[in-house]
Design a protein around this ligand. Structure first.
Ligand SMILES: [Zn+2]
Length: 271
């Protein structure tokens, strides 16, 4: 059996020589790196982050600039997860947080079944390659290929807040750990590029059927000392594709930049 459910009929998916199939004969390919492609063609237009963006993100994250956030997530999950548990990283990206959390929890002696999904095939491929022991699928956070009540925790780092679907896959009493940018996150980076930079919006609604138990704010300053690093950070932000050539040139002319890295972490329990 695989960890996942058939995205067509919801039945368990069993391993087959080429991938996986359910008892109704719906079958899905597995990639060489071990993940399953469970995205139905009707949602295939939403391809998620492209490869160049993912490479920039990996290069940036591997330098440890967002390590304080990773460490906070590790500590929170260590405290909140039962000894044997299942954790879904919903929108796992290239796997920086997924892999960091999995190895931390293992070191602490917790038996955590780590699962991850992302709509971007290239992202899931990168995650599966760095974590051969994990269970990953290309899928939408709005249609998660897991059974009801399958997880003890869902992690959502800058992913869409698909609260109803997160709630469905969580066990009663399970927790949703959501990371969102605070108002000033990357403000100095935006100020360096735009005439009229805007602050981020606040975290938005807590989904129905959740009660917020704790909120943390993780605030740091990061110092980027080369045009390449500044470019990598900018390329992984949502502003990248909305920026004019002229503003992009302004950014590329910078050789050093200090900016805010400010995250909110909200822990909501399924009620
Ligand atoms: Zn099926």
């Amino acid at each position: 059996m695989t960890a996942f459910c058939c995205p067509v009929c919801g039945n368990e998916l069993f391993k087959t020589p080429g991938g996986s199939a359910c008892r109704n004969g719906h079958s899905f390919d597995a990639a060489r790196s071990g993940y399953f492609n469970l995205l139905l063609s009707s949602s295939a237009h939403a391809h998620g982050d492209d490869k160049a963006m993912l490479r920039s993100r990996r290069a940036f994250l591997e330098k440890g600039y967002y390590r304080p956030l990773l460490e906070a997530l590790c500590r929170i999950l260590e405290e909140k997860l039962p000894q044997e548990s299942a954790l879904l990283d919903a929108g796992c990206g290239e796997g920086y947080y997924t892999a960091g959390i999995a190895s931390y929890l293992k070191e602490k002696g917790k038996a955590v079944n780590v699962l991850g999904i992302d709509i971007a095939k290239a992202a899931v491929d990168m995650t599966a390659k760095r974590m051969p022991q994990g269970k990953f699928a290309v899928a939408s956070v709005y249609k998660i290929p897991l059974a009801d009540n399958a997880c003890d925790a869902v992690l959502s780092v800058f992913s869409p807040n698909a609260a109803a679907e997160y709630r469905r896959v969580l066990k009663p009493g399970g927790v949703l750990l959501r990371v969102y940018p605070l108002k000033n996150h990357l403000y100095s980076l935006k100020k360096a590029v735009y005439e009229t930079p805007t602050r981020n919006e606040e975290k938005g609604e807590i989904g129905a059927g959740f009660s917020e138990e704790s909120v943390w704010e993780i605030k740091n300053k990061i110092f980027l000392s080369s045009a390449e690093e500044i470019g990598n950070l900018f390329a992984m932000t949502p502003y990248f594709h909305k920026t004019s050539e002229k503003d992009r040139e302004k950014l590329l002319a910078l050789s050093a930049l200090e900016t805010e890295a400010e995250f909110g972490v909200s822990l909501c329990r399924k009620v």
